[in-house]
Design a protein around this ligand. Structure first.
Ligand code: NAI
Length: 328
């Protein structure tokens, strides 16, 4: 068997982790030949609950689980980590202003960025799930100067998967036949799920998606799906978020197939008129276990305005974070 992979999950006692950990333990990211050493990080008041989750993982008697360690210490949590899922974040409490939320999360992701820089494996891959995910990834990356920028990503795969699924239903096509979707910008209501390059079995999709449906139904539905899930299910997306996080890390490690691509939020190098350094949803392929931004796509006026609006929101979050001294 291969060398075991150390995988760190923060927010280990939370809802998303409860779906994520079992998938990781089943080998869905590194494959059936690679044992995993799970590191579960949560805050002191939640460590006992995280121990309960670990007991359940034990009770699955999964052959790939080499060890499970539960801790409230960030330095221990990231020691030797090859994959890090930063799920735990401070939720917006009653009466909390945006600056309070950014300050609380800034402190968390600054510490975790520092600990990843100091202790993680050289080839660590980070997926930030906790919101505001793009800006939290930005903060963590700013505090991990020795880790290449492309190793810090935020999760927009859930938005991507939501878009794919809506399109498959609309077109009456299997999800597997569709490619070329991208969700630009921020994991927020300003995100731009874009079908401009959509293909079905490799052929451009030229009918079945009228502009009115795209603008009035598809885009708002995908962008507001998180709120829709909360109102219908009575609880926020958890299994779908965990599934998307697994998809992102698995594709990163094993590669995306053929010329297909997916959406990853990563520090921009200014592609498509986005702002360098800002963690932005972009079309990406994984080659040689690294994300590469797909280049050369044509951008029309409608796309330009939508991309710019979402990037402007990311820039304002970045500026707020710097204003609070969280990323300097
Ligand atoms: P949850 O509230 O069930 O669990 C969060 C866990 O994080 C709790 O156990 C809490 O104690 C822990 N935590 C808080 N601060 C921590 C710290 N400093 N270190 C380690 N652990 C810490 O929340 P849930 O449902 O699991 O969601 C987690 C995050 O994921 C939220 O921020 C949510 O908004 C975000 N999310 C992101 C999505 C995306 O697509 N990017 C989709 C769905 C949720």
């Amino acid at each position: 068997t291969a060398t075991p992979a150390t995988v760190t999950v923060t927010g280990a006692a939370g809802k998303i982790a409860y779906s994520l950990l079992f998938r990781l333990a089943s080998g869905l990211v590194f494959g059936p030949g690679t044992p995993v050493r799970l590191r579960l990080l949560d805050i002191p008041s939640a460590v006992v609950a995280a121990e309960g989750v670990a007991m359940e993982i034990e009770d699955c008697a999964l052959p790939l689980v080499e060890s499970i360690e539960i801790t409230d210490d960030v330095d221990t949590a990231f020691d030797g980590a090859k994959a890090a899922f930063l799920v735990g974040a401070r939720p917006r409490g009653k009466g909390m202003e945006r600056a309070d939320l950014l300050t609380a999360n800034g402190a968390i992701f600054r510490e975790q960025g520092r600990a990843i820089n100091a202790h993680a494996a050289d080839d660590v891959r980070v997926v930030v799930v906790g919101n505001p995910a793009n800006t939290n990834a930005y903060i963590a990356h700013r505090h991990a100067p020795d880790v290449p920028a492309g190793r810090f990503t935020a999760l927009m795969r859930l938005d991507h998967n939501r878009a794919l699924s809506q399109l498959a239903t609309r077109l009456g096509a299997p999800v597997a036949d569709l490619d070329g979707v991208v969700v630009w910008g921020n994991h927020s209501a300003t995100q731009f799920p874009d079908v401009s390059y959509l293909t079905r079995r490799g052929e451009p999709v030229t009918s079945g998606l009228d502009e009115e449906w795209l603008a009035d139904t598809f885009i708002p539905r995908v962008a507001n799906r998180g709120a829709e899930i909360i109102s219908v299910r009575g609880s926020s997306s958890a299994a779908s978020a965990a599934g998307a996080a697994v998809d992102q890390m698995r594709d990163w490690v094993h590669g995306t197939s053929g010329e297909g691509w997916t959406t990853v939020a990563l520090p921009s190098e200014g592609q498509y008129g986005t702002v360098p350094g800002v963690v932005t949803g972009l079309p990406c392929r994984s080659r040689g276990a690294q994300w590469e931004v797909v280049e050369g796509l044509a951008i029309g006026d409608f796309q330009r305005a939508r991309i710019d609006a979402s990037v402007a929101e990311l820039v304002s979050e970045r500026d707020a974070v710097h204003g609070l001294g969280l990323a300097d």
